[in-house]
Design a protein around this ligand. Structure first.
Ligand SMILES: *[C@@H]1O[C@H](CO)[C@@H](O)[C@H](O)[C@H]1NC(C)=O
Ligand SMILES: *[C@@H]1O[C@H](CO)[C@@H](O)[C@H](O)[C@H]1NC(C)=O
Ligand SMILES: *[C@@H]1O[C@H](CO)[C@@H](O)[C@H](O)[C@H]1NC(C)=O
Ligand SMILES: *[C@@H]1O[C@H](CO)[C@@H](O)[C@H](O)[C@H]1NC(C)=O
Ligand SMILES: *[C@@H]1O[C@H](CO)[C@@H](O)[C@H](O)[C@H]1NC(C)=O
Ligand SMILES: *[C@@H]1O[C@H](CO)[C@@H](O)[C@H](O)[C@H]1NC(C)=O
Ligand SMILES: *[C@@H]1O[C@H](CO)[C@@H](O)[C@H](O)[C@H]1NC(C)=O
Length: 446
């Protein structure tokens, strides 16, 4: 009620301002433009002075027509206020204040950590069809470049660098990324783009140039081979597509992305993927040599609590939780632009979750994406049940291989994270390996 009242108050005061403005419009048109600019600006993202927006139709439209539009929206909202939710009201206003310069393009950032199923989710988007431009871990180049340098970058600076590169890529500008590719591209051509083959759009006819075996090792691009990547062609391909998805495991916190989300040229949605940290550790132990030390601890049952690895684990859990807290607190800049998804829910309901993510992203779910999911979850069409059983079984494999000592360590340092996302803590090994006890609590994240 409180919010509703204040919204009504705001609404009436805006109407009042408008009326006052209209009354004096004949005498003082310059005042109008200031008043209306203020109204619009208060709801619009800050303008980038170099953006093409400065010449857009929105600003060329007279302030009078802007006011009329505002008034008609407000009176429309008042007419059926008995049935009008706060969200819808905000939408109408948001719509007014948002410049439509992304031209219907959608930009999705998949935020994850290694071993959280992000490649799988990336593929769900990658296979959307010909209108999709997908990039797999472009920030790998930035991270590697910085790790080779002597300078130490703190989280703030790192976030800024990542954000600038991502902004370029969403706008189909590879220049900010090129600075980090090693060896440096020559005339915007590179043979070193990380995991290029993971992107269907970078393996298309138009972008797949012929190769000279003498000069380059050809890229194995899915079923074909391509020469080095001409980034100018990649950029052209990108510009011709409506949907843009980037997967990354490297962005440490959500806040650093605010300028990206508010960029008026983009229509960004963030999907954060999380997974049970016990399962992540089990999966990393199986996949990465760097986790040998955990294996040793698992065997002799002793884990030094102040070890760097344990602290790192805790740091990771805290970071993920902090990002999710920002997202789920719905700050204004993230309204309707943040979605949290658990790996385990995707394993249980792959098709349904994929549809949810597409809907959230504003991208129509395509038959190609659907087919890809069917083929890759061993799902018989119309046979939902076997998939559920099967992929959830897979998602729970770690329970039967991970030493209980390590489970306890993860639970101790990641407890707040686990409670937030609904991962059940177990007190004894019997519970851990009892298949009829689920470690996943039902949660809706909104
Ligand atoms: C701007 O608006 C005018 C009049 O409404 C229209 O004729 C023109 O095509 C628009 N220009 C752009 C770039 O949308
Ligand atoms: C209110 O909304 C409900 C459900 O959307 C609809 O059935 C009903 O007709 C609406 N009532 C009015 C007065 O608009
Ligand atoms: C924005 O513009 C695009 C293309 O010009 C159009 O398809 C889309 O519907 C517009 N979106 C809104 C919210 O007006
Ligand atoms: C990060 O480094 C920049 C530049 O050196 C500095 O201005 C900023 O305060 C640092 N931020 C933190 C959180 O240490
Ligand atoms: C890359 O593609 C662009 C656009 O077709 C072309 O102009 C340029 O010459 C190509 N670069 C090289 C080195 O082939
Ligand atoms: C589970 O999936 C595997 C391959 O992904 C398949 O071979 C097996 O038959 C499936 N089991 C069930 C019960 O569907
Ligand atoms: C597993 O848990 C269920 C439900 O709590 C319990 O009934 C069953 O006895 C347990 N099985 C074993 C082997 O402990």
């Amino acid at each position: 009620m409180q919010t509703r009242n204040s919204i009504m108050k705001t609404k009436y005061s805006i109407v009042f301002i408008c009326i006052v403005a209209l009354v004096i419009i004949e005498k003082e048109s310059s005042i109008i433009s200031r008043v209306s600019d203020k109204i619009i600006q208060s709801r619009a993202p800050p303008l980038d002075p170099h953006s093409p927006l400065d010449n857009s139709n929105t600003t060329q439209n007279g302030p009078l027509s802007m006011l009329k539009m505002l008034l008609s929206t407000l009176s429309g909202a008042k007419g059926n206020s008995s049935n009008f939710s706060d969200e819808q009201e905000d939408d109408e206003l948001d719509h007014l204040g948002t410049y439509n310069s992304s031209q219907g393009r959608k930009h999705v950032l998949l935020l994850a950590r290694t071993r959280t199923g992000s490649s799988f989710v990336g593929e769900i988007f990658n296979h959307h069809g010909e209108n999709m431009f997908y990039l797999f871990e472009p920030l790998w180049h930035v991270e590697r470049f910085l790790s080779l340098g002597k300078e130490n970058y703190n989280g703030t600076m790192l976030g800024r660098l990542y954000k600038d590169v991502l902004r370029g890529l969403f706008l189909c500008d590879f220049n900010p990324l090129e600075k980090f590719i090693s060896p440096p591209p020559e005339e915007h051509v590179t043979a070193a783009l990380f995991r290029r083959e993971m992107s269907l759009s970078l393996c298309e006819d138009h972008v797949c140039s012929p190769f000279d075996k003498e000069v380059y090792e050809p890229y194995r691009c899915r079923t074909r081979r391509c020469g080095p990547l001409n980034l100018t062609l990649a950029s052209e391909s990108c510009l011709s597509k409506q949907y843009h998805v980037i997967k990354t495991v490297r962005v440490p916190n959500l806040e650093s992305l605010q300028p990206l989300v508010e960029d008026p040229r983009l229509d960004v949605r963030l999907i954060q993927l999380v997974r049970d940290p016990r399962a992540i550790l089990a999966s990393r132990m199986a996949a990465f040599d760097a986790y040998e030390v955990w294996k040793a601890w698992g065997q002799d049952g002793q884990v030094p609590e102040d070890d760097y690895e344990v602290k790192k684990l805790k740091g990771n859990c805290d970071q993920i939780k902090m990002s999710a807290e920002v997202g789920l607190s719905h700050p204004h800049w993230l309204r309707k632009r943040y979605m949290l998804v658990r790996y385990e829910d995707i394993a249980l309901y792959p098709m349904q979750k994929a549809e949810d993510m597409y809907r959230f992203a504003g991208i129509p779910f395509s038959p190609q994406a659907r087919d890809w999911i069917l083929r890759n979850t061993a799902q018989e069409e119309g046979d939902e049940y076997s998939t559920r059983k099967n992929s959830s079984e897979h998602a729970e494999k770690w329970r039967f291989s991970m030493p209980f000592t390590l489970v306890q360590v993860v639970q101790r340092v990641c407890e707040p994270h686990m409670k937030m996302f609904g991962y059940r803590i177990v007190d004894d090994e019997k519970t851990l390996i009892n298949k009829s006890i689920s470690l996943l609590e039902d949660r809706q994240f909104q």
